[in-house]
Design a protein around this ligand. Structure first.
Ligand SMILES: C[S@@+](CC[C@H](N)C(=O)[O-])C[C@H]1O[C@@H](n2cnc3c(N)ncnc32)[C@H](O)[C@@H]1O
Length: 275
């Protein structure tokens, strides 16, 4: 019997390299080793969505990343957007009890930046936590800027509508207080008072950051794991520059920074404060 033939590859080695280079240069994603199958499956998904059958035609329109629309689509497929409400809950509890609650009855305000917000679960969890700590005062006291590189995720986040499975990580009373069930679609819509606390905007963490006021709190969680060490160091450096002294910095639980940066003091696992 002849040996089984291996599946034909979608991308030649040169084409694969060019996609890896685009992902790295445009987004900081380190997809160089062992990610070939992932790249191929994500590209074929994007090709199907755009109606391409020929990968050469697809790459030629991508034009090395110069076609912004195609690049956005490609990056949206290559990035990992997995997230959920109240992820890494010790951070959200810390935010609610130690950062928001002390603002009650004061004139102080809080500017929070969720720096890789994906489909909105993280910034909405923070808005809910602030509302739990401050009640109606949260609406005027806490402002959350949620940014992501992916236009597709930002659109989903702005819509603020989630299937029931997406809310299972949240205590049921919170779901009842802050979501409305749309009976027709059986999906849950975040209530207006929570949505109004969050502004969404596209921002690429590896590019020079646009101007906005220094943040009191930055959440940059579960994105730096996809960057290599130099990219990660550059991103952390720029984020700390945007944090006001005394401000709080949260990274993902698997992204602990150590205490290499003298501008940061350690609070608890993956939570820091600018000194
Ligand atoms: C795994 S999600 C993390 C979401 C949330 N922070 C959490 O912890 O659940 C990673 C997000 O980072 C975004 N991302 C990847 N590279 C980025 C970059 N260079 N600039 C901004 N966002 C980026 C992706 O689009 C994705 O939505």
């Amino acid at each position: 019997m002849p040996p089984p033939t291996s599946e034909p590859r979608l991308l030649s080695p040169a084409q694969l390299q060019s996609v890896q280079r685009i992902a790295y240069d445009c987004c900081g994603l380190d997809l160089r080793r062992g990610k070939e199958a992932l790249i191929e499956s994500r590209i074929s998904h994007h090709m199907r969505e755009k109606g391409f059958t020929d990968v050469r035609e697809y790459l030629s329109l991508l034009d090395g990343g110069r076609n912004r629309d195609m690049l956005d689509g490609l990056l949206s497929h290559l990035t990992t957007n997995h997230t959920y409400f109240f992820r890494e809950p010790s951070h959200i509890t810390f935010f609610e009890k130690h950062i928001c609650a002390p603002l009650a009855g004061t004139r102080e305000k809080l500017f929070v930046w969720s720096a890789a917000s994906s489909s909105g679960e993280e910034p909405y969890s923070l808005a809910i936590a602030a509302r739990e700590a401050l009640g109606a005062e949260a609406a005027t006291k806490v402002r959350i800027l949620a940014t992501d590189i992916s236009l597709r995720m930002l659109a989903r986040a702005r819509e603020g509508v989630y299937p029931a499975e997406a809310l299972t990580s949240m205590a049921p009373p919170l779901r009842q207080r802050y979501f409305q069930l749309d009976r027709a679609s059986e999906r849950y819509r975040i209530r207006d008072e929570i949505r109004a606390m969050v502004a969404f905007r596209r921002l690429n963490l590896i590019e020079p950051l646009p101007q906005f006021p220094p943040a009191d709190v930055i959440f940059c969680r579960n994105v730096m794991i996809y960057f290599d060490a130099p990219t990660r160091a550059g991103v952390v450096d720029r984020l700390i520059e945007r944090l006001r002294p005394g401000g709080y910095f949260f990274v993902g639980h698997s992204e602990t920074l150590g205490l290499a940066d003298e501008r940061l003091g350690y609070l608890e696992p993956s939570a820091y404060r600018r000194v």
